[in-house]
Design a protein. Sequence first.
Length: 153
Amino acid sequence: MATQEFVTHSAEETIALGRTLAGMLAPPKLVLLRGDLGAGKTTLVKGIAEAFQAASAEDVTSPTFTLIHEYRGPQANLYHIDLYRIDTPRQLETLGLDDLIADKSVLLIEWGEKFQRFERERDVEIALERVNEKLGERGRSSENDRHIRITST
């Protein structure tokens, strides 16, 4: 397993990091996105979607209520999935996620850690957390500072 760590200081830097990370997410990939509400998961997906030419940053929104957003690009189809409101394996089954897995697919799954199968099947895990308590590189902490850890298998 390889792990990389980054700190971003703004939404723009998080989006830019997403663009950079897209290079390591060549399809097919199953990516778990971990982090509390407001940690920046969707912000990171904005950059990933731009890098794959699947959507512009302003077109990427949280799939909290729709559960799945699909963004189609020339090299990959991105599926941004939010399982926050999914509690049982039966509810998960009804989403038909297995039907989304294909050679050109990148599944970006928020709250996937709620289901063991994704812990086993994931190719990459991206964990985002606010840096509130720690001082940032500039000697102060900002509400926009994020610590981002990427672990790939």
